[in-house]
Design a protein around this ligand. Structure first.
Ligand SMILES: Cc1cc2nc3c(=O)[nH]c(=O)nc-3n(C[C@H](O)[C@H](O)[C@H](O)COP(=O)(O)OP(=O)(O)OC[C@H]3O[C@@H](n4cnc5c(N)ncnc54)[C@H](O)[C@@H]3O)c2cc1C
Length: 479
């Protein structure tokens, strides 16, 4: 007699899940299992492309309320099976991959906007909402969260909360963690917790910040209240080319340390200016392309813009004017879609990191040196996207046009590039990541980043999820 490969235990699990969400909201189909085994991380894409398998879930569930999420967590906890949250699956770090099978909880049916408070300027929404849908609904009322990432059309609010994501207007309006007022989350044992209603309190630590960036390893975020802003009267841009990256960085730094409030600053290194700015905007220049913008009331924008222009003109420069700045804004998504995404067999990685102004140029150069000296098959490009009063974010990339055919060899090469580049960045004061998160991709480097302090994170994980069922294998926690 052949021995059945799947035990009837799964039938019991299926019955319990279907009892919570209805059979139409539980899937065990092979097509779904494959679809939920690959996010936007290059490794699963490559493995599936080469005919190999990526870890698959046993069940995909689509809850419609926080109560259903709570009951699903309790089932996972009773059966001691892993539960991985899935938003849009657009994450690049393998964060949503069900490494140990079990349940994938897709949040996209938790997509209601619960309240727009026009007096306090806040919005409360469920976390499975696609960010673009939230933004469109707010725009119809004359507001915006101003969180405008390039993946706005395919990623969920919960995904951004879980990875501490950022949007193109972050330099004025902040990253997602700056926008959050309060959160609701479901813990591994099914309990529903709410953080305090406003962030500026002195009633203990801010627990919202504990869940932000926790990548589904501490619980499922189900609802969030965010700040919103009136749509600006005007938004204006201006572009320059500086002779080299160093000069561009100094100009950008000046805009920030003089405490102007641009909504955007983006500076491209010489390689990206030569290739990408030329291909997308048709501007053929040597040097470093810098664009910045201001938004708000017309008179205030004029004032800040004039001050910013004076700062930039105090450096050796070529002034490209407002139109070539506006062009960048109008084409900002074209840098990704439809023709500029990397495609298999190309290997690539976004080595995004953040550091102070004192360190950021050294971080850029250290990673560049690693690629040039140790990985001659790779190219290195970079731009600086998100700027703070004290430093900025580097969106560097390595690209390998022809990685090894064998998926094992390709994975090893990919990991060696990441290890070498990020260790070089950390030696110069850069962090592992700025807005894409850690996921599976960078978990092995978390102890090096944190040192003994990583024990604090482990302690929190043990207390919230003692059986390690919530998204195991991510953020450096064991699979
Ligand atoms: C073309 C492209 C452009 C991009 N541009 C940007 C950008 O401009 N800015 C940016 O920040 N990112 C960007 N990204 C990366 C990606 O969109 C973000 O990481 C996003 O936050 C992922 O959201 P998601 O809903 O797709 O999450 P998923 O990929 O489904 O999940 C990501 C992680 O979040 C966890 N998670 C999801 N929802 C919840 C929840 N409700 N509670 C707890 N944990 C949860 C998952 O378990 C996983 O660990 C881009 C990606 C692509 C493909």
């Amino acid at each position: 007699m052949p021995v059945p490969t799947e035990s009837y235990l799964n039938e019991f699990l299926y019955s319990e899940l279907a009892d919570v969400v209805g059979p139409e909201n539980v899937s065990t189909s092979q097509a779904d299992k494959i679809a939920y085994s690959c996010d936007y991380f290059w490794i699963p894409e490559l493995w599936i492309d080469r005919g190999c398998r990526s870890p698959e879930p046993e069940f995909v569930v689509h809850p419609r309320s926080v109560e259903e999420v709570s009951r699903i967590c309790r089932i996972a906890s009773n059966y001691k099976i892993p539960l991985t949250v899935w938003g849009g699956g657009s994450g690049s770090q393998g964060g949503a991959l069900p490494l140990r099978g079990g349940i994938v909880l897709d949040t996209k049916k938790l997509n209601r906007i619960l309240e727009i408070d026009k007096k306090s300027l806040t919005v409360t929404a469920e976390t499975g909402i696609i960010m673009q849908h939230l933004e469109w609904a707010l725009e119809r009322e004359g507001f915006g969260t101003m969180h405008e990432p390039a993946s706005i059309g395919c990623a969920t609010l919960g995904g951004f909360l879980a990875h501490r994501g950022t949007g193109v207007l972050s330099t004025k309006y902040g990253k997602i963690e700056d926008m959050v007022m309060s959160l609701e989350a479901v813990l591994a044992d099914g309990s529903i917790v709410n953080t305090l209603a406003v962030p500026r309190h002195a009633s203990g630590p801010d627990l919202s910040q504990l869940f932000l960036g926790s990548e589904g390893t501490f619980g499922v975020m189900t609802k969030a209240t965010l700040k919103i802003h009136p749509l600006p009267e005007v938004r204006r841009f201006h572009a320059f080319v500086f002779p080299d990256l160093h000069a561009g960085l100094e100009a950008g730094r000046q805009l920030m340390v003089r405490r102007l409030r641009p909504c955007v600053i983006r500076l491209y290194d010489e390689a990206e200016t030569r290739r990408l700015i030329r291909r997308v905007l048709g501007i053929e220049k040597d040097g470093a392309y810098l664009v910045f913008g201001f938004d708000g009331d017309r008179d205030l924008v004029d004032l800040e813009m004039n001050k910013a222009l004076a700062i930039c003109r105090s450096f050796q420069h070529e002034d490209l004017g407002p139109d070539l700045g506006q062009d960048w804004w109008d084409h900002r998504y074209d840098f990704f879609f439809p023709n500029h995404m990397f495609r298999l067999p190309q290997a690539f990685g976004t080595l995004d990191t953040v550091a102070t102004f004192a360190n950021i140029e050294n971080v850029y150069r250290a990673m560049k040196r690693v690629i040039e000296e140790q990985f001659p098959m790779a190219r290195y490009i970079g731009h600086f996207s998100h700027w703070y009063e004290w430093g900025c974010m580097l969106y560097a990339r390595f690209i390998i046009d022809e990685p090894p055919e064998d998926p094992h060899e390709a994975t090893q090469l990919h990991n060696r590039v990441w290890d070498a580049c990020l260790r070089a960045a950390m030696r110069e004061g850069g962090l592992l990541n700025e807005h894409h998160g850690i996921g599976l991709k960078l978990g092995r480097l978390m102890r090096e980043l944190y040192g003994p302090t990583y024990g604090v994170l482990e302690g929190i994980k043990k207390s919230l999820d003692p059986n390690n069922l919530m998204n195991p294998g991510k953020m450096g926690f064991p699979p």
